[in-house]
Structures are given as C-alpha cells and as structure tokens.
Design a protein around this ligand. Structure first.
Ligand code: PLP
Length: 527
C-alpha cells in the first residue's frame, strides 16, 4: 500500500469539490488501487482527465485495460484503429462508458496503448462520425447518448396495452380510409390489363403515375414537367436520394437546428457534416443561413418550410424568396421537404423550389396526408442532376413499388386523395383544439392542420424525467433529442403527435393526465 493510502477519507475528497457519493466511491477506489501501487496524486490526475471511467473500484480503469487487451491480441495486419473503434463502441453501447462521460485525452490513450496519437485521433473521429462520441473544441471528446437509448426513448416498436401513444407522427385513420381501400381492391380485382404487377420499368415510375404526381405537386404550388419527377417509396426515400446525389464525407449540409430525425440519420449514413441553423416561429433564420454560406462551402440546405417537424413552424412567402435568393447567390442546393404541404389549404405560400427550380429538389408524399400505408412519394429533381439521381434510385431500390404507386395515382385522379386530405384537416383541427384546451399554458407552437404540437416543459421538470413520468402514466411523448442537431441548444419541449390511435375521449383523459404531471414536482430521485 502506498504511503498516503489509508488516511485519506471521504471528507478530504469533498474538500476538493466532489459530491459525497462520488467522494465515497473515489475513496474506495483509492484504497483498492493503493494496493496496486497507484498514488493519490496519480488517482486524482486520472480522475480529472476522465480516465477513471466509472467511480466504482471494480470498474476503475477497466475500459482502458480492455482496449489494450483488444489491441494486444490483434493479429498482424489487423487495423489498430478499427480495433480501438470497436472496443470503445462496445463500451459505449454496453453502458461501461456513461453518456456525457469524457473520454481520456488522445495522447494518454496513445501512451497507454503503445500506438500513435494519429491512430487514436482517427478512432475518435470515426466514433464521432458514427454518432457515438462528440468532440468539443478545447474541452475534449465526450460520449454521446447511446444509440439504443435514443431509439428506446423515441419510438415504441409495439403499442403497449392502454398506452396513449403520442410518439409517432401519423394521420388519423378513419372508416373512409378503409372504405376507399376496399373499393379500390374490388376495382382492381376485375381489371384485365394491370402492368404494375409485372413491369419493372421505367425506373422513374410509370408515365401515368408521374402525370398524376405532376398534378398533385401542381396543387402544392409548384409547376413541374412530368419528366422531372421520380416516384419514390415515401418522402424519406426521396430525401435520401436527393442527399445521396449531392453530399458525401467532404460536404457540409445545413438544416433547421431542430428537424426531422431522418435528416440527422442521413448524415450518419452518408457521412456528410450536418449543421443546424437558428430558427424562429417562421423557420430558418435567413441571416444565419447567409452567414454560414459566407464562411464556408455549403453543399445543400435541407428544410421543411411547411409545418416543420417538430416545431410546426410555417415559413411566410417573403422568407421563402429570401432563402431562395441566398441559395442562388452562393450556389447552394435546396432539398425542400414538403411532406406536410398537402395538409395546408389553398392559402399556403408557394414552395421555395418555385423560386429556385434550377437548384432545388422538392419532395412530398402520401403517407402524412392521404393514407399511412400508401408509401409513395414524389421527388422533383433539378434537370442537371436527373441522370445521377435516377441512377441512385436504380441502385438503391430499382424503382418505387408500382402497385402502390398505381393506387396513389388513381386516388389523385379520381379525387379520393383530396377527399381524404379534407377529412384529415377537419380531424386534426379537432385534435389540436383538445391540446389547446388542456395544455394551453405550456404550448410553444401548434397549427390546426399539423400532426403534432410542440409543448414546453415547466421549469421544475428535467426533460427525461418528465418523459419517464408520463410513460408511467401510460402516455408516450417524444423528447427533443431525436430532432436536435448537434451544436443546437436542447429545446425544453416535447413533441405530442395528435394523430394517436385512440378515441377523442381517451385523448382527453391523456391530456388531463399530462397536465396533472406537468403541474406536479418530480419525485425526489428524479432531481
Ligand atoms: C419532415 C418529414 N419528412 C419526411 C418524413 C417521412 O415521410 P414518409 O413517411 O413519406 O417517408 C417525415 C415523417 O415523419 C417527416 O416528419
């Protein structure tokens, strides 16, 4: 045992600013490690550098030991950088390294592992690219929230009994949806000529389907030619195709600081750097957009001018023109996600793409306005990128599913799509009114035709504790994390999706439950 192991006590650690619980475990760690010849000074130094990965004696130093063991057994020719990435990723995923915990400085890891600093730098960069670590200039590298945690708190895979699930953006399903579907199945069952069940070209989609899409997009305020349209399997597919046509690991893409989680996921898949822009209730701040374009090479801006998910911001016409003008001046492509546009009525402003056709991808779909299972989207591609984007569609999924596309085209032509959208507006307005009735004092933003409301959190609650407390009451809402782009301050709000599969009465009860929880103080262990 080293000279100063025994007399050091919890109070001594407390004097150095540690909380009692941490001091107590550090004290135990010190006693245990003292036997292995680690002096107090060394221990404190390790602690302050984040090298003590968990302050429990049995786990102290374990991660670094494990990483070294993994590197030691590596066969010659195996990449040390990859082994280190895997070892650290495993520790993060298994919770050995806690969320927000600082990783040891790169030089320390290099010295301890007997590898070059560059190898460690590459490993940390790769972990950052995978979203497991965030590097903060001048502060070091920190564990980001584990992927499995994020998924778990975001969406419930299978609905639980008696749960009111406000966590999924969905339209309300009605008898009319069932009726139209059955009618269409009956019609199809008697038709002779049905090319959509055996043809596998054109890649872009059948001409008749693109013709219908052209009319649908025209109603959203954008005049396009049939041949500028690709049929996709939903809007998420279209946005992926647009991003894959433009951006790779060397590119910087901008988006709203709080945005649909799909964009954030795409940045991880395609490897581009995603940066969030400041927003107000009208969407992206054009000045911030212009600043970013002036200071670095920006490849594209992804944005949702109509009813941003989750903030429901709605961009006025003047700002759309301004954004288009800045993008044109700096040669920045725009990927306009208009998945919610069809829910708005005729008074909506034209899409940004209307003002910038040469640089814009425009994307909409049926899933969030007409029928959830109608997974068909329409992507308008700038002429210069037509070949490229179509070839990515071919590689990625050959073509969108023509049978489903046929149903979408029929419903556009025969007016069923319009009928269902009209019905949806009415139902959503009723649900949003319920939210106003019960949660008015907490509301940050909503819109009568939006699929969700954005609800502020009372100051006495911590976001995750509140989400957990609601779950105990069988109410699922979504924390801001899946939507918050790295570097954007975490909003103190939760998303409440109003299309939940429940009766209005069940929704009313759930909203009353939410209001009660919001008004209470959390349990003591939640602080
Ligand atoms: C803004 C936004 N874009 C795209 C999508 C995905 O649309 P789709 O279901 O058509 O793929 C969503 C889904 O919630 C969304 O909120």
């Amino acid at each position: 045992m080293t000279r100063d192991a025994v007399p050091i006590q919890v109070d001594w650690f407390c004097c150095r600013g540690l909380k009692r619980a941490r001091a107590s475990t550090l004290n135990r760690a010190y006693k245990s490690l003292g036997h292995r010849g680690i002096a107090l000074g060394q221990l404190l130094c390790m602690y302050s550098r984040g090298m003590l990965c968990a302050l429990a004696p049995t786990r102290v130093l374990a991660p670094m030991d494990k990483w070294k063991a993994a590197l030691d057994v590596a066969r010659s020719g195996e990449s040390k950088y990859k082994i280190l990435v895997q070892a650290i990723a495993d520790d993060i995923e298994q919770g050995v390294l806690a969320n927000d915990q600082r990783l040891p400085p790169q030089r320390h890891v290099a010295d301890a592992m007997g590898i070059s600093v560059q190898t460690v730098t590459n490993a940390y960069k790769e972990l950052e690219r995978q979203g497991l670590v965030r590097c903060e200039v001048g502060r070091g590298s920190f564990v980001s929230r584990r992927m499995s945690d994020r998924v778990a708190t975001y969406i419930l895979d299978s609905p639980e009994r008696a749960l009111v699930d406000f966590s999924i953006t969905r339209i309300m399903h009605t008898r009319e949806h069932d009726q139209f579907w059955r009618e269409t199945c009956r019609e199809l069952s008697t038709e002779e000529d049905q090319p959509w069940i055996h043809a596998f070209r054109p890649i872009a989609g059948f001409e008749s389907h693109r013709e219908a899409a052209m009319h649908w997009i025209g109603r959203q305020g954008l005049r396009v030619e049939r041949d500028d349209i690709l049929i996709t399997n939903g809007a998420a597919h279209g946005i992926f195709l647009a991003l894959a046509s433009l951006a790779g690991p060397d590119d910087v893409v901008l988006c709203e600081g709080v945005t649909d989680h799909g964009v954030i996921g795409n940045s991880q898949v395609l490897g581009f750097t995603l940066k969030g822009l400041e927003m107000d209730r009208y969407g992206i701040d054009p000045e911030h957009f212009e600043d970013m374009c002036s200071n670095e090479r920006i490849t594209a801006l992804v944005c949702t001018p109509n009813l941003n998910n989750p903030t429901t911001s709605l961009m006025p016409d003047s700002r759309r023109r301004e954004i288009a003008e800045i993008a044109r001046r700096f040669g920045v492509h725009i990927i306009e996600d208009d998945v919610y546009g069809p829910l708005l009525d005729e008074r909506r402003a034209p899409p940004i793409s209307h003002y910038l056709p040469e640089l814009s991808f425009y994307c909409t779909s049926m899933t969030k306005s007409v029928l959830t299972g109608l997974r068909i989207g329409y992507l308008v591609v700038p002429k210069r990128l037509a070949l490229r984007t179509e070839s990515i569609l071919r590689v990625n999924s050959w073509m969108a599913t023509p049978m489903v596309s046929e149903i979408a085209a029929r419903w556009i032509r025969d007016g069923r799509a319009d009928t269902l959208v009209g019905l949806q507006r009415k139902l959503l307005a009723g649900r949003q009114a319920l939210v106003t009735e019960y949660l008015d004092e907490y509301l940050i933003a909503q819109h009568p035709y939006a699929l969700n409301a954005w609800i502020g959190i009372p100051p006495h609650w911590e976001i995750d504790s509140l989400v957990r407390a609601l779950r105990h009451k069988h109410i699922a809402v979504t924390s801001p994390d899946p939507f918050t782009v790295r570097g954007t301050p975490r909003p103190r709000a939760v998303r409440v999706c109003v299309g939940a599969e429940c009766s209005d009465e069940e929704m009313r009860v759930a909203l009353i439950g939410m209001r009660e929880i919001f008004g209470q103080y959390p349990q003591i262990h939640d602080f």
